[in-house]
Write a protein that binds this ligand. Structure first.
Ligand code: ZN
Length: 184
C-alpha cells in the first residue's frame, strides 16, 4: 500500500510543551527576537533534545493537547526549562530572521513511512487509519527525532541521509510495532 500523510494521524505532545516553554522564556527576555523564524528554530532545537511523546490521533479529532508546564513531572519540567534557555541562547547567537523556513517537520517521519510501505508490501498487509497511526506513533517514539525547518509546502522536500545501521534500527522498530498486540 502507498502511505500518504492523510492515511494516519499522529501528534507529538512534546511540540505543545515546547511551545509553552518558548512563550515563557520569550516573555522573560525582552531582548529576544520572537519572529516566526527564531521561534521555529528554537522549537526545532528543543524537540531534537527531548524525548518525543507521539500518540495516535483518531480521524477528525483535534491533535493538540491542553498542557500546563506546571503539570509536568519535575525532571521533565527542569529539562524543558533548561532546553528552552539553551535554545534561546543559541538562536540569539546565530539568528536567521529572514530565511522564512517556518514549517517544522520531523524528517524521520518520511523515512519511517517509506520503510513501513516497503515492509507492508513485502508482508502483503494493509493497515487501517487507526492501526497505521499507532504504528507510526510507536516507531517515532523509539527513534531520536530529527526536526528540521522547511519552507511551507515543502514537507519532506529532501530525503534525509540515513546510514545503514540507523536504517536497520528503523526496520527493527517497525517490526516490533507491527507485532505489538495492540495492532490488529
Ligand atoms: Zn528573529
Amino acid at each position: 500500500m502507498r502511505i500518504s500523510l492523510e492515511d494516519y494521524g499522529i501528534h507529538n505532545d512534546m511540540e505543545d510543551v515546547v511551545e509553552l516553554a518558548i512563550y515563557q522564556v520569550l516573555s522573560e527576555d525582552r531582548s529576544a527576537c520572537d519572529c516566526p523564524q527564531c521561534h521555529v528554530d528554537m522549537k526545532s532545537l528543543m524537540l531534537n533534545r527531548l524525548t518525543p511523546q507521539y500518540r495516535a490521533v483518531p480521524k477528525g479529532e483535534e491533535s493538540r493537547t491542553e498542557i500546563r508546564l506546571n503539570d509536568l513531572e519535575r525532571d521533565l519540567f527542569n529539562k524543558v526549562v533548561a532546553e528552552s534557555y539553551r535554545a534561546l541562547a543559541k538562536v540569539k547567537g546565530e539568528p536567521r530572521h529572514d530565511t522564512n523556513r517556518t514549517f517544522l517537520v520531523n524528517s524521520i517521519e518520511e523515512v519511517v513511512v517509506v520503510a513501513l510501505q516497503d515492509i507492508l508490501r513485502q508482508e502483503k498487509r494493509e493497515l487501517d487509519y487507526d492501526s497505521l497511526s499507532k504504528v507510526m506513533a510507536h516507531v517515532l517514539n523509539s527513534l531520536e527525532p530529527r526536526y528540521t525547518t522547511t519552507h511551507k509546502g515543502h514537507v519532506f522536500s529532501r530525503t534525509v541521509e540515513i546510514d545503514p545501521a540507523y536504517l536497520a534500527k528503523i526496520y527493527s522498530s517497525i517490526y516490533n510495532a507491527l507485532t505489538a498486540s495492540s495492532i490488529s
